[in-house]
Design a protein around this ligand. Structure first.
Ligand code: NAG
Ligand code: NAG
Ligand code: NAG
Ligand code: NAG
Ligand code: NAG
Length: 404
C-alpha cells in the first residue's frame, strides 16, 4: 500500500500523517461519512453471511443510510475536504431518467444526460435531459440539507441522435454524444447544440460501410484532441439492436479528417474511458460480467475490472495493459480522472475512487447501480443512479476541456 505522504503533496494530509498511523481511524470524520477499516472485516467468520451476488446493493457493513461517504483509506479525506455534503437532487421512482452521457456546460451551469433505454423497443430512443445546477444550488439552500427534487427538462433532439449512451465535452461548443443505434439505424457519433433548437450534426455512423455494435462511451484526448469511443454489444443485449457483427473494441476518431482507427481489442465488454491529465495514460473499464442491464444474466466470473494503458505517443494505440482494480459491486461503467490523478468509477453501489497505484480510497455510496458521473465544475460531483440524481460537494475536480 502507498503511504499518504507518497500519494499526495497536500500539506493538509501531511499534518494528518504525523498524527495517524496508516490504517488507523481518522481522528475526526467529515459530515455524512463513515470509516470502514479493512482490519474490521478481513475476517468475517465461518458463520457470516457472505455476498453471493455482485449485483446486490453493495458492501455496507455499518448499515449507514444512503447517500454517504464510505472512507476505506484516510487518503479519501483529501478528496472530501472538511465540509463535504451529499444529497439526492432529483428522483423519479418510476423511471430511470438518469443513466448515461453526462456533460456539464459551464456557460449555462447546466448538466445534460440521457435516460435509460427501452429494452425491446426499437421505436423509441431514450430521452436526453437537462438540469440547471443553479436551480440545484437554490433548492438545496432552501431545503437546509435535505433531499430535493429539481426540474428535469427533456430536450427534443433530431431523430439522428439515437439511444444516447455516452457524452463528453463541451467539444468546440457542442455536446459530444455517442449512441447505441436503434433497430437497423446505425450507432453514431454526434455533435449537439446545447442551446435550443438543439440541432445536431452526425460526425460518424459507420466503419468503412459496416455498422458499429452500440457505441457506449466517449472521451477526448487532452493533448491530441482526438475522440476515443468504446463499442460494445449492449444494444443487442437490450434487444434494441441486431446481433453484433464486429468485436467489442475501442476506436480513435479524428473529428477533422474523419479517419477512424481501432486502438484496443481483447477486452470482453470495453465500457468507460478516461485519460490522465497529461494524456499519457488511459483507463478503460471492462464490464464483461454484465451481460444485460438487468443484471440477472450476469456472468460474475467475467471481468468487472478497470485496466490501465499507456498511450503510444505516435499512434495513440492503447498499449501495456495492466490491472488497476477489480470492482466488488456490479461492474465499472463510466470513468473520470481528477486533477490529482485519482480514478472515479461508476459501479453497482455508487462511485468508487482509486489511486493510480490501485488503492481504493473510498466510495460515494448510494447503494444503487450508478452508470456514470460528471464533475459539474470543481467541487461538484453529480452521480447518475438511474431513478435518482445525487450531488456530492467535495474538494476535487477534473480537467475542463472547453474550447478544444
Ligand atoms: C457457527 O454456528 C454453529 C452452529 O450454530 C456453532 O456451533 C458454531 O460455534 C458457530 N461458529 C462460530 C465460529 O461462531
Ligand atoms: C420528483 O418530481 C418528478 C417530476 O415532477 C416526479 O415524477 C417524481 O415522482 C418526484 N419524486 C418524488 C420522490 O416525489
Ligand atoms: C413499433 O412500431 C411498429 C409499427 O408502428 C408496431 O407494429 C410495433 O408494435 C411497435 N413496437 C413497440 C415495441 O412498440
Ligand atoms: C437547518 O438544519 C440545522 C441542522 O439540522 C438546524 O440546526 C437548523 O435549525 C435548520 N435551520 C432551518 C432554518 O431549518
Ligand atoms: C446548429 O446550427 C447553427 C446555425 O446554423 C450552426 O452554426 C451550428 O454549427 C449547429 N450545431 C450543430 C451541433 O449542428
Amino acid at each position: 500500500m502507498l503511504s499518504f505522504s507518497q500519494r499526495t503533496s497536500s500539506a493538509t494530509i501531511l499534518v494528518f500523517v504525523v498524527g495517524v498511523a496508516q490504517g488507523a481511524a481518522p481522528p475526526s470524520l467529515p459530515p455524512q461519512s463513515v470509516f470502514i477499516d479493512p482490519l474490521s472485516f478481513a475476517v468475517l467468520g465461518q458463520n457470516a453471511t457472505f455476498r453471493d451476488s455482485a449485483f446486490d446493493s453493495g458492501f455496507n457493513p455499518s448499515s449507514t443510510p444512503t447517500p454517504f461517504f464510505q472512507i476505506l483509506d484516510a487518503g479519501f479525506l483529501d478528496i472530501l475536504g472538511p465540509e463535504p455534503s451529499f444529497h439526492e437532487i432529483a428522483s423519479n421512482p418510476d423511471f430511470g431518467f438518469a443513466n448515461e452521457a453526462p456533460v456539464y456546460v459551464p456557460d449555462t451551469d447546466e448538466i445534460f444526460f440521457s435516460g435509460s433505454p427501452f429494452p425491446g423497443n426499437t421505436n423509441v430512443s431514450n430521452q436526453v435531459n437537462r438540469v440547471s445546477m443553479s436551480e440545484v444550488e437554490d433548492a438545496l439552500r432552501a431545503s437546509n440539507g435535505s433531499a430535493v427534487n429539481v426540474t428535469v427538462t427533456p430536450i427534443n433532439l433530431p431523430s439522428t441522435v439515437l439511444s444516447t449512451n455516452g457524452g463528453t465535452g463541451p467539444f468546440r461548443g457542442s455536446l459530444l454524444f455517442v449512441g447505441d443505434g436503434l433497430g437497423a439505424r446505425p450507432p453514431a457519433v454526434t455533435l449537439v447544440n446545447p442551446r435550443p433548437p438543439h440541432n445536431a450534426t452526425v460526425l460518424l455512423d459507420n466503419y468503412f460501410g459496416r455498422q458499429f455494435n452500440s457505441l457506449n462511451d466517449v472521451k477526448i484526448h487532452p493533448t491530441s484532441g482526438k475522440i476515443f469511443f468504446s463499442d460494445v454489444s449492449y444494444g443487442f443485449a437490450l434487444n434494441i439492436r441486431p446481433a453484433p457483427l464486429m468485436p467489442n473494441q475501442v476506436y480513435r476518431f479524428d473529428p477533422d479528417t474523419r479517419v477512424v482507427q481501432m486502438v484496443l481489442d481483447g477486452l470482453v465488454r470495453p465500457n468507460g474511458i478516461a485519460f490522465t491529465q497529461d494524456g499519457r495514460m488511459a483507463y478503460v473499464s471492462d464490464s464483461g460480467s454484465l451481460q444485460d442491464l438487468s443484471g440477472t444474466t450476469a456472468l460474475q466470473t467475467q471481468p468487472a475490472t478497470i485496466y490501465a494503458f499507456d498511450i503510444d505517443p505516435v499512434t495513440e494505440r492503447f498499449i501495456n495493459r495492466r490491472v488497476l482494480a477489480y470492482i466488488d459491486a456490479g461492474v465499472p461503467d463510466g470513468l473520470q480522472v481528477d486533477t490529482n490523478g485519482n480514478i472515479y468509477a461508476a459501479t453497482g453501489d455508487g462511485v468508487q475512487v482509486w489511486t493510480p497505484a490501485g488503492t481504493l480510497l473510498g466510495k460515494f455510496f448510494v447503494g444503487m447501480r450508478t452508470a456514470n458521473m460528471v464533475f459539474a465544475g470543481f467541487g461538484r460531483l453529480v452521480l447518475l443512479s438511474e431513478t435518482r440524481l445525487f450531488l456530492a460537494r467535495v474538494n476535487a475536480g477534473n480537467v475542463n476541456l472547453e474550447g478544444r
